[in-house]
Design a protein around this ligand. Structure first.
Ligand code: 9Z3
Length: 345
């Protein structure tokens, strides 16, 4: 008997599927206009704590009314799939860029509002909280008391002093968010609250903001159930409105605004950064690649060639933060911005 073994069905290569996963012929999602703002904020409720949070911010702004104040956003936003949330979409950001940058702003005389993903890295405590050591490894027991291990004393004392100065001088306001909706409501309310600072307000938008979300009217109340036999979970996500243009034009006119552009493909980083600058008409886009974000970034600004900031191998080996180069470069631009806006300070 002739045995015929059928050849296995040809599998589609996953690379081909990957290429087709995003239809790049679809034109760019346009920046949000007034009606998009109403649609979003009227249909996606603000967090309950927002009012009390903003009254704290008003106090902070009053206290620093003649100072430079930077709003640093940091960490990733989540996209809940259920209202009583068991599952959510997240992203990789731990908040290193934001927390490190906040420290350099503080050291250079800025008051910092730190809008961060709850439990992500915080300025100063970041040196110990998420390290590969457990924080208890920085301690030891001496005569029945807990003390810092002598090998960490010097560095910890220096970090502690900076942290205490920031606290004593009321220079650091920590505001948490978790979801994309909390982030957007807080960002809008904060921007308006910072308006009295005019050009002394600086926005440094380093948070990794989700591009897609499930709107409130489509979100199931309870945990999504799997059924016997195994059902697929098909997700239907809406694009998150691109509010940066609203922020520049309406929420924070007069402030200097810096956004970050994250890519993984080096061949499109510059063009995407330039495109963001042109679409939103703000002052600076800082482009970075996921793979090299800790050692190089590119400044893209109007009427100027792209400007790379890179750590040298020696700086890298010495553990220098790239933010220690980024922040002074930003401060110089902020000084010009304030002068050109006719504001003193
Ligand atoms: C950034 O590009 C930040 O530098 C990182 C920092 C998220 C890469 P880590 O927390 O990472 O230090 O590990 N942030 C902006 C990301 C973003 O969502 N940008 C939007 C985009 O790329 C524009 S607002 O489209």
């Amino acid at each position: 008997m002739d045995s015929h073994i059928p050849s296995p069905p040809t599998r589609r290569l996953s690379t081909g599927e990957r290429e087709n996963a995003i239809d790049r012929t679809i034109p760019l999602f346009p920046p949000a206009v007034e009606i998009d703002e109403h649609n979003y904020f009227d249909n996606n409720d603000p967090p309950e704590y927002l009012e009390s949070m903003i009254s704290g911010v008003q106090e902070f702004v009053k206290f620093h009314k003649y100072n430079r104040v930077v709003l640093v956003t940091s960490g990733g936003t989540t996209v809940p799939l259920e209202n009583q949330t068991v599952r959510f979409i997240d992203n990789f950001s731990a908040g290193t860029r934001g927390a490190t940058s906040a420290e350099y702003f503080l050291e250079n005389g800025y008051a910092v509002i730190f809008l961060h993903r709850q439990f992500s890295l915080l300025p100063y405590s970041r040196h110990y909280s998420h390290s590969t050591n457990c924080f208890l490894d920085f301690m030891e027991e001496k005569n029945g008391k807990v003390v810092v291990d002598p090998k960490y004393q010097e560095e910890m004392l220096s970090v502690l002093r900076k942290y205490q100065t920031a606290k004593e001088q009321n220079l650091l306001l920590l505001l948490p968010f978790t979801t994309i909706n909390q982030y957007l409501h807080t960002l809008r309310a904060l921007s308006v609250t910072l308006q009295p600072l005019k050009s002394r307000a600086l926005f440094y938008l380093a948070a990794a903001v989700s591009d897609f979300f499930v709107p409130l009217h489509r979100i199931p109340e309870h945990k999504i159930q799997s059924k016997a036999g195994g059902n697929k979970l098909l997700m239907n996500l809406d694009p998150v409105p691109k509010f940066l243009h609203r922020l520049v034009e309406k929420w924070a006119p007069g402030a200097m605004i810096i956004s970050f552009k994250l890519e993984t493909d080096s061949s499109i980083l510059l063009s995407k950064s330039r495109q963001a600058l042109e679409r939103y008409s703000h002052q600076l886009v800082i482009g970075n690649l996921l793979q090299t974000r800790k050692t190089e970034v590119v400044f893209v600004e109007p009427d100027a060639p792209a400007h790379w900031i890179r750590l040298t191998p020696a700086q890298e080996a010495a553990g220098i933060d790239i933010e220690s180069l980024i922040i002074p470069a930003i401060m110089r631009r902020h000084t010009v911005w304030i002068k050109e806006s006719g504001n003193s300070a």
